[in-house]
Design a protein around this ligand. Structure first.
Ligand code: PMP
Length: 406
């Protein structure tokens, strides 16, 4: 059942009320980027309208205000993901930068022949930085295969873990399929073999309450723009002792303790990993997104999202001639499909002509597509503002596309 508050939540997203030609927008591409509530837009505007100044530097009041608002978000994030210390939160420009920061930062700790395990479902952002690390060090990358249900193969994982990998890179929720990894168990098993663990939570953070103490991974990464916040801001969470061992990817201002032409001493966390002027308005926007989620992503709303996704899966099955991929009832946020043998791009364009926005392609997960024997697929994804009418409109549009093509 729909919680009463739900239409009130949707009303906070100005973009969702627009028309595309004769059709009201039906936005089913939240996994690519979410829409932003008014409170996030207001917080960012407020910074530029009133407080605009660089952080951490000047003696003046504007800078003090900007710095305090910026650093407050670090505290809020610490609470939001249940991290032990505020210094464990590093602001980056997104998930991609967060993973690059870890993969680069670990370079001196990796030797030729070391093993790096990567989830087959990983987004390219959680593959390519590790490949570059392997190029620099001579480390070896092995994918963790999927089972027949499109989930991480637990047996194969055990066999690979017995090889004592140095790093295990997992995704929490697959961006292409919506499948969910049992990360608490997977991390525990990897750590028992002495691996450094990184979990990509880009697709988890808008749907789940995150608890770093429970997941207990060494590194956890996500992007602001997928959790109702702005683009250009991401988070790297790291256990203090692990984070403190990373070689900085970026060097320069803000990250130093002392500089002379004889040499430079780096500062301490978190500044050591945040060189240069940070994305200040984006951090402040992210703070508003966290407050939005803390207020609105209640267990009832989470249950509603789960029900909607199951309804979406059921309606796609009921339409007929639709192939679904790894569409389990406990998936989160997204459903991957193809219509008959039609090209995913054709289906996407025809849906767009009726105002329905879905994503089509390889979803930055080409190895995953290959393991499913697919060139690509369509993905419909939902968020906190999606309602049953969106799903019904999408299914009606897809039915008319089916009529046209099949
Ligand atoms: N990982 C996953 C699971 C994602 O869904 C995405 C975004 N599609 C990324 C990483 C990359 O995030 P960003 O582009 O924000 O850096």
């Amino acid at each position: 059942a729909l919680p009463d508050s739900h239409s009130h939540i949707r009303a906070q997203f100005p973009t969702l009320t627009q028309m595309l030609g004769d059709y009201p927008l039906c936005y089913l591409d939240t996994a690519a980027t979410s829409q932003k509530p008014q409170s996030v837009l207001d917080a960012m505007a407020q910074y530029y309208l009133n407080d605009n100044a660089n952080v951490h530097r000047a003696a003046h009041q504007l800078s003090a205000r900007a710095t305090s608002n910026y650093e407050k978000v670090r505290d809020e994030l610490q609470g939001f993901i249940n991290a032990k210390r505020r210094e464990e939160i590093i602001f980056t420009h997104g998930t991609t930068e967060s993973i690059n920061l870890v993969a680069y930062g670990l370079t001196p700790q990796i030797a030729a022949g070391d093993l790096i395990l990567i989830d087959t479902a990983a987004h390219h952002a959680n593959i390519v930085p590790w490949q570059e690390l392997a190029k620099r060090t001579g480390a070896i990358i092995k994918p963790i295969p999927l089972d027949q249900d499109g989930r991480l193969d637990r047996h194969a994982y055990q066999v690979l873990l017995a090889l004592k990998p140095k790093v295990v890179a997992l995704c929490h929720v697959s961006n292409a399929l919506g499948t969910v990894n049992p990360v608490v168990e997977l991390v525990q098993q990897a750590k028992a073999q002495g691996a450094i663990t990184l979990v990509d939570g880009a697709q988890a953070v808008a749907h789940l309450s995150l608890d770093m103490a429970a997941i207990d991974c060494d590194f956890y990464v996500f992007s602001g723009h997928k959790m109702y916040g702005p683009t250009g801001i991401g988070v790297l969470y790291g256990r203090f002792d692990k984070l403190d061992t990373l070689t900085p990817l970026l060097t320069g201002g803000e990250m130093i303790k002392r500089v002379s032409f004889d040499g430079t001493e780096f500062g301490s966390l978190p500044n050591r990993l945040e060189a240069g002027t940070p994305p200040i308005s984006e951090v402040i926007g992210l703070g508003a997104a966290i407050r939005f989620l803390q207020q609105h992503l209640t267990p009832a709303v989470q249950a509603h999202e789960a029900e909607l996704l199951q309804y979406l899966q059921q309606q796609l099955r009921a339409l007929g001639d639709v192939h679904l991929y790894a569409a389990h009832s406990d998936n989160l946020g997204a459903v991957a499909f193809n219509l008959g043998d039609e090209h995913h791009q054709d289906v996407g364009i025809l849906l767009d002509q009726q105002g329905v926005a879905v994503r089509c392609g390889h979803h930055c997960a080409i190895p995953l597509m290959q393991s499913l024997n697919l060139k690509g697929c369509c993905r419909a994804s939902i968020g906190i503002y999606t309602n049953k009418a969106d799903i019904d409109r999408f299914i009606a549009a897809l039915a008319s596309v089916k009529e046209l093509l099949l």
